[in-house]
Design a binder for this molecule. Structure first.
Ligand code: DCP
Ligand code: MG
Length: 356
């Protein structure tokens, strides 16, 4: 894997993925607003909407009942996950043909590192064009592609000319591009951090760039290093073809949304205790704790902490508690909470690969 600033990274993101699959499979939907999601009952939400429906203000995670009010004549369709999964597999198979280094992020999204590619004289832009064309021909769906020298910019680029877009941010353009970027669009800056940044007068990349790394670390902890490099248009994260599989996680979806931060912390501790004893039984040690929170509106955040030493129960709890405090629990109702331990190592090298 090549970590030099001259890497060539492509980010592929399918357009209105679930809705596009429905349109593909049902020609009668052509040109109509299409909403894929749960029934408009208490918990029914929009999974996605096609671009026609988005014109009415409909978007992912919105209650279906609200989508219905915005556009009663839209086609409301129940998700067919098996079909989306099959389409996703076809897309990923195409991507794997263009690079050995493909990192899927979700059903409809992946990064490719094509630094080493020799097709099309190594032109990442032409590779991206070829990928889009092959997806269109074989899967009959459109994808948007972003091409750049790191993951952060490639992903931003793929979102810039949706649908069916292809956007390139060249190495010499990255820094200027980032200066104009609203602070909320930076990778890893969620709603809470965005608000904190704005309080400090940081509204754009240019504002962020005026802050020293030390000052950012003072205000944001370890994440400050990350923000400082993003401000320069730098992101050294490698594309990981084989994602870390050794992790152990727990989560719970509440029947009713929970507002009480203490209660949520207790629930996390309960999950952690369970995980730690599982780890112990298997003779494993973990270095990373990740807390996941899904709010009532389905927005999901994760907060992670990697330690230098293997975690014990006390450390794991302290970390989880700290990570939880970096979310908006207590302020926003929570639908799901979970914790994962990763960065696992073991002294006993056993053949336990599928013990999750
Ligand atoms: N999805 C979901 N719930 C969400 C967000 C997304 O179920 N809150 C599902 C439906 C989407 C798919 O994941 O089709 C991919 O998500 P994207 O965010 O990439 O959205 P789309 O592909 O639908 O639209 P686009 O990428 O064109 O903006
Ligand atoms: Mg998409």
């Amino acid at each position: 894997m090549n970590d030099s600033p001259q890497r060539k990274i492509i980010h592929i993101d399918m357009d209105a993925f679930y809705a596009a699959v429905e349109e593909r499979d049902c020609p009668a939907l052509a040109g109509k607003p299409v909403v894929v999601g749960g029934a408009p009952n208490s918990r029914g939400v929009v999974a996605t909407a096609n671009y026609e429906a988005r014109r009415y203000g409909i978007h992912s995670a919105m209650p279906t009942s609200q989508a219905y009010r915005l556009c009663p004549f839209a086609e409301f369709i129940k998700p067919r996950f098996e079909v989306y999964r099959a389409a996703s597999q076809e897309v990923m198979a195409i991507l794997n043909h263009y690079s050995e280094c493909v990192e899927p992020l979700s059903l409809d999204e992946a990064y490719l590192d094509v630094s080493e590619a020799t097709d099309y004289q190594g032109s990442a832009t032409r590779i991206a064009q070829a990928i889009k064309a092959e997806i269109a021909r074989k899967v009959r769906l459109t994808a948007s592609a972003g091409v750049s020298y790191n993951k952060f910019l490639a992903k931003l680029a793929s979102g810039m000319n949706k649908p069916d877009g292809l956007t390139v941010i060249r190495p010499q353009e990255g820094a200027a591009f980032v200066r104009h970027l609203p602070i909320g669009d930076f990778y890893g800056i969620g709603k809470a951090t965005e608000a904190k940044m704005k309080k400090l007068g940081i509204h754009t990349g240019a504002d962020l760039l005026r802050w020293s790394q030390d000052a950012l670390v003072t205000h944001f902890g370890k994440a400050g290093y990350w923000y400082a490099s993003l401000a320069q248009g730098e992101d050294l994260r490698p594309v990981r073809a084989h994602r870390e599989r050794k992790s152990l996680g727990n989560e719970i979806t509440f029947a009713l949304d929970v507002n009480d931060a203490d209660l949520l912390r207790e629930e996390l501790f309960r999950q952690l205790t369970e995980l730690m004893s599982k780890l112990e039984r298997r003779g494993w040690q973990a270095y990373t704790v990740t807390v996941k929170v899904k709010y009532a509106d389905f927005e999901q955040v994760t907060r992670s902490w990697t330690h230098r030493q293997p975690l014990d129960t006390v450390k794991a709890r302290e970390s989880a508690s700290e990570l939880l405090a970096r979310t908006e629990v207590g302020e926003r109702p929570v639908r799901l909470i979970g914790v994962t331990l990763s960065g696992l190592t073991t002294a006993a090298v056993s053949a336990q690969t599928s013990w999750l």
